[in-house]
Design a protein around this ligand. Structure first.
Ligand SMILES: [Zn+2]
Length: 289
């Protein structure tokens, strides 16, 4: 049985920059040795954790000063010898680029083999529905969703707060994801963090009523998952497990998975969430190139 951790921020010695290292130490409070692991060392941890593959976030975060659109290409290059163990999640900062630049970077990332696209409203400082005419009409963002829909790439959209010093949390409200689900009906949307902590009811309701919105359970401590989402089993067909490693407080990828597998819901629901569902939605690099 191989599990999938669909949401990590794993970084590797081969490609980490000083900016990213400092950011991860200062904002994630992650231990330095975790951040300086090689890809090969990381794969050993996955083996030991019975994790078949992980999703690695590699979207740009200019405002946090850590990455631009080429970062996804660097991550893909770093993990290519273990292409069945990693899915790389790319993205573009729609409100920082021209329409032509958005097209160019999406094309390059897609050709390189990204498995999904990430939109992070509180870090990018934009509403997830900012492409709508009544929300400012940002064409570049509409293009991102259209590209994802046309190319069968799922889109992760961060919902809920972010504790990072440069985050703008007004953009974390999941209600704005509703427009995306309606305007791009063939798009698979992973609603990251289910709006935690303060917007969970909104997120939960959208996951229930919108066929194409799924729950990405990452960064909610597994021990508290049923406190946040008491009716989790109602959405177990539409939920995927993720740890958010090595984000704040999540420094042991194996222990986090174990804690998840111990929560008090039927075993079949746990298997759906940590294996079957993510395997349907997120392809590893070996299946995207
Ligand atoms: Zn994350």
């Amino acid at each position: 049985m191989g599990y999938v951790d669909a949401h990590t921020h794993a970084v590797f010695r081969e490609i980490i920059t000083d900016e990213l290292l400092n950011f991860a130490i200062n904002e994630w409070h992650a231990p330095r040795e975790l951040l300086l692991m090689s890809v090969k060392e990381f794969v050993k941890i996955l083996d030991d954790s019975e994790i078949e593959y992980i999703g690695v976030m590699a979207h740009p975060s200019r405002k946090l000063g850590v990455a631009k659109e080429d970062y996804a290409l660097k991550v893909i290059d770093a993990v290519k010898d273990y292409a069945d163990r990693f899915a790389v999640i790319g993205g573009v900062e729609a409100n920082e680029l021209t329409v032509e630049e958005v097209r160019y970077w999406l094309g390059r990332q897609y050709e390189a083999g990204i498995s999904a696209i990430k939109v992070h409203p509180p870090h990018m400082w934009l509403k997830p529905n900012a492409y709508r005419p009544e929300e400012g009409g940002l064409k570049q963002l509409g293009l991102v969703y259209q590209f994802a829909e046309d190319h069968g790439l799922p889109v992760y959209i961060h919902t809920g707060t972010s504790a990072f010093s440069k985050a703008r949390n007004k953009y974390g409200d999941p209600i704005f994801v509703d427009d995306v689900a309606v305007d791009f009906p063939r798009l698979t949307i992973l609603m990251s963090h289910v709006g935690r902590p303060n917007w969970v009811p909104t997120a939960f309701q959208l996951i229930r009523i919108r066929r194409n919105i799924y729950a990405d359970l990452s960064s909610i401590p597994p021990k508290r998952l049923l406190e946040y989402i008491p009716r989790l089993t109602e959405i177990s067909e539409k939920s995927v497990y993720g740890s958010d490693y090595p984000g704040p407080g999540v420094y042991d990828i194996k222990a986090n998975l174990k804690e998840f597998l111990n929560i008090q819901i039927p075993r079949e629901d746990l298997i759906k969430i940590a294996s079957d569902n993510p395997k349907k939605i997120l392809k590893p690099l070996s299946r995207t190139r």
